[in-house]
Write a new protein. Sequence first.
Length: 338
Amino acid sequence: MTADPFAPLRGGRALVTGGLGFIGANLCRFLVRSLGCRVTALDDLSNSSIDAARDIENVEVVVGDVRDTKLVAPLAHSHPWVFHLACRTILTSADDPESDLTVNALSTLRLLEILRHATSPRAGRFVYASSTSIYGNCRHIPADELDPPGILNHYAGTKLLGEHYTTLYHTAYGVATVALRYSNVYGPGQSSRHPYCGVVGKFLDAARAGRPLVVHGDGEQTRDYTHVDDVVEATALAAAAPHAVGEVFNVGTGVETSVNTLAHEVSALHGGAARIEYVDRRDVDNIRRRALSAEKMRVRLGWVPRVRLREGLRQTVDWRPHGAHGAHGKVAPQPARV
């Protein structure tokens, strides 16, 4: 019988910062429903809604700021498994670089300091959500973890700094850490109502509403779109696998997809009726090609992405008409300093 790769994580206590965001809420569902974990979601609601947890049974919600050490310390101490997903978005980071630094990097340092000084040995892990943005314009396609970084914006810089902290605290202090470089995550649960949602959410929302799909630039720029179910599985595997400690892993499909191809796929799912409109590129549109090699994840953890883009888009289209999350789960919001 094949060993259970999630066995160390099953039934454990897990803290998910940014736990009401798109990826965070999906991770909370998986931890609760598939692994029987007792989960606390910490979120300041700046990029999310408390409704995201209303269909997650027995999740505890703490509304507060991940930078608040007095709030976070007891949570980190009481949850052996810490998934640090809270961050500022790439589009907001340039407008407020100091907030970007403190949320994306300083909060990571503070959490690691808390874990470093834990009074009892920890059996869990600190999982840090990094980003494909750290590669900038990839030198190789698909890029692997040995490719050099190419920092082109504040968000990429602070995400890479957070990675360096995880490596430092493992090497110097023995904290069990792992960092994951997520690539253009999409799928059910991604709110198109938020102004900073990804291009997949924006395209699907526009197509459903009969608006044109707005493409910045010529549309030939490529990305590696990764389904949220695959990302969640990779995250849990990285938390549970003993030989993942101290490592950095790409989480992507290795497949380049142009924005034009994405737009045509979305249009096809809506009967081919969606019109594509081209506008000038933005300052943040400075990456021409990007795709990530997940070979290290495959070899070390046995993870491979399962959801192809067309199937993933169909799943996301099928989810969207149902609107907001249901309200059958138990949520215990706790007032906290924000």
